[in-house]
Design a protein around this ligand. Structure first.
Ligand SMILES: CC(C)(COP(=O)(O)OP(=O)(O)OC[C@H]1O[C@@H](n2cnc3c(N)ncnc32)[C@H](O)[C@@H]1OP(=O)(O)O)[C@@H](O)C(=O)NCCC(=O)NCCS
Length: 174
């Protein structure tokens, strides 16, 4: 089942996040995060009107996904960048695909035009997942990140969400 997360899900989200952080280069950080940090993150997403989704079954939270503004400048307001992480014992059975599929629907529903993923260039599983969902590779920035004592390359993937020819007028207030 995929649903909007609540604050009660944050400990499980934190555990998945810190496990991915400690055991992979999917998150470009080596510093584990805290429940308080996740709470701030969750509230910021909610206040911005953006979704935080969880996939669940009887064993609890299997994975989570969310998006935020791609960049803060107003001209990027039709573009979001997303994140998806699946619990280690739940990978490879469609959870990530399900979460990103619902994220795409939500982003489209909010009138967004493009969704972007920034993926460790060595993370072929994530790149494949996104390509299967219609994302196209847009380019790789080399050695822009580092972790575990080595440089990391970042591959961007993009997916258009609608066929609008023009973005429409700029909002005068944020
Ligand atoms: C990357 C990740 C989100 C994918 O989620 P998942 O639930 O494991 O993937 P799914 O089972 O939904 O598979 C979706 C597609 O990904 C690809 N995929 C999944 N597991 C794969 C594997 N082990 N090797 C290669 N491709 C794989 C497949 O193309 C699959 O589609 P298909 O079965 O129709 O061919 C998940 O493995 C994960 O959280 N990994 C660790 C953290 C991470 O890398 N997060 C992404 C940061 S950008």
């Amino acid at each position: 089942m995929i649903r909007d997360a609540t604050e009660a899900d944050l400990p499980a989200i934190l555990a998945i996040y810190n496990d991915v952080l400690a055991n992979s280069t999917a998150i470009f950080s080596e510093t584990p995060t805290t429940l308080e940090d996740r709470r701030q993150w969750f509230r910021a997403r909610r206040d911005a009107g953006y979704p935080v989704l969880v996939a669940t079954d009887d064993s609890g939270v299997l994975g989570f996904a969310t998006f935020g503004d791609f960049r803060t400048w107003p001209g990027y307001r039709h573009t979001v960048e997303h994140t998806v992480h699946v619990r280690a014992d739940a990978r490879g059975r469609g959870v990530g695909r399900g979460l990103v599929t619902v994220l795409l629907e939500r982003a489209g529903g909010l009138g967004k035009h493009v969704m972007v993923a920034g993926v460790d260039a060595d993370n072929l599983t994530s790149i494949r997942l996104h390509e299967r969902l219609g994302f196209q590779r847009a380019g790789t920035l080399h050695q822009v990140g580092c972790k575990f004592g080595r440089w990391l390359d970042l591959t961007f993937l993009e997916r258009r969400l609608d066929e609008r020819l023009e973005p429409g007028p700029a909002r005068l207030t944020s």
